[in-house]
Design a binder for this molecule. Structure first.
Ligand code: NAD
Length: 283
């Protein structure tokens, strides 16, 4: 915190970094955001952070229990939030979520297409069913979100769409090829749509975020061997062997801070780009 001459002497200690729910400046005050996969991990972190900066957040997920818990925490902290059960692979669910959001909150300004799964393993052993399920959630879900958000954002007069890709959308990884395909798809879908919005003079920016190794429950599902048994946390030592240069995993708040920047007008000249948040993993 910079101390202005007027307050110098009255203030002695610099403020600690804010917690995810601590309001700083109301950087997205009055905006309405939909966050998919908001019940857990990165999505939950984004919902808390965006709410803390003044947005009304619509948390969506297939997991009702955790989704309602996320919303209850936000409301308890003084934020505005609601939960809607939503499968991102369902077109009718998307129509419903966008309609309800606009009807109840007066418009839509921010969409975080975050819901995703990771199915690892050899491509030779990958079943067509698993390939298609992963494509449906990670890529079809993002397509549908974009398709239904754009008209609502045009009506609202402003929009920022943030698509959760991955470092795995920038480079390949053995035993993650099917996931690579979905996240690489998200990266270029983002750029194509960003250009369409820009050239059409729609007031909507579209960017992708590329997390590295972030401590969330997803790792229990992708690579159980990196997971400490019985704990809902990443085995940091095992992760270090994955080569994170800073030697540490990231946390949902690290991603949420990047999402907040892309959601706010501070990034008004940024579209079609990729924000990598990975402790140097892809450098
Ligand atoms: P997570 O498992 O904690 O959260 C994912 C959420 O998505 C869950 O709440 C789940 O219920 C929800 N979901 C799954 N299928 C859905 C569907 N069909 N419809 C709606 N919601 C659905 O995982 P996370 O780590 O927070 O992942 C969030 C995003 O970040 C994903 O897209 C993931 O690929 C990406 N990502 C994560 C990491 C990481 O290290 N954790 C790294 C790179 C990218």
């Amino acid at each position: 915190v910079r101390i202005s001459p007027a307050t110098e002497g009255q203030q002695t200690a610099a403020a600690a970094p804010p917690a995810s729910s601590e309001k700083i400046m109301g950087r997205i005050e009055g905006k309405v955001a939909i966050i998919t996969g908001g019940a857990s991990g990165i999505g939950r972190g984004c919902a808390e952070r965006l709410s803390a900066e003044g947005a009304t957040v619509v948390v969506t997920d297939i997991d009702t229990t955790l989704g309602e818990q996320t919303v209850a925490n936000i409301v308890k902290a003084g934020g505005k939030a609601e939960f809607i059960k939503h499968d991102v692979t369902s077109e009718s669910d998307w129509v419903d979520v966008v309609e309800q959001t606009v009807a109840r909150h007066g418009g839509l300004n921010i969409l975080v297409n975050n819901a995703g799964i990771g199915i690892g393993g050899s491509i030779v052993d990958m079943t067509l069913e698993d390939w298609q399920r992963q494509q449906a959630i990670n890529l079809d879900g993002v397509f549908l979100g974009i398709k239904y958000a754009i008209p609502a954002m045009r009506d609202a007069g402003s929009g920022s769409i943030i698509n959760m890709s991955s470092v795995a959308g920038l480079k390949g990884a053995a035993n993650l090829a099917a996931y690579n395909a979905t996240k690489g798809g998200v990266r270029l879908l983002t750029k194509g749509v960003a250009l369409e919005c820009a050239q059409s003079r729609w007031p909507i920016r579209v960017n992708s975020v590329h997390p590295g190794v972030i401590d969330t429950p997803i790792w229990t599902k992708v690579n159980p061997e990196y997971f400490e048994e019985g704990e809902n946390a990443v085995d940091v030592e095992a992760m270090a062997t994955l080569g994170v240069p800073t030697g540490e995993v990231g946390y949902p708040l690290d991603i949420a801070n990047g999402v907040l920047f892309l959601a706010s007008d501070e990034s008004r000249y940024i579209t079609g780009t990729e924000l990598v948040i990975d402790g140097g993993l892809s450098a």
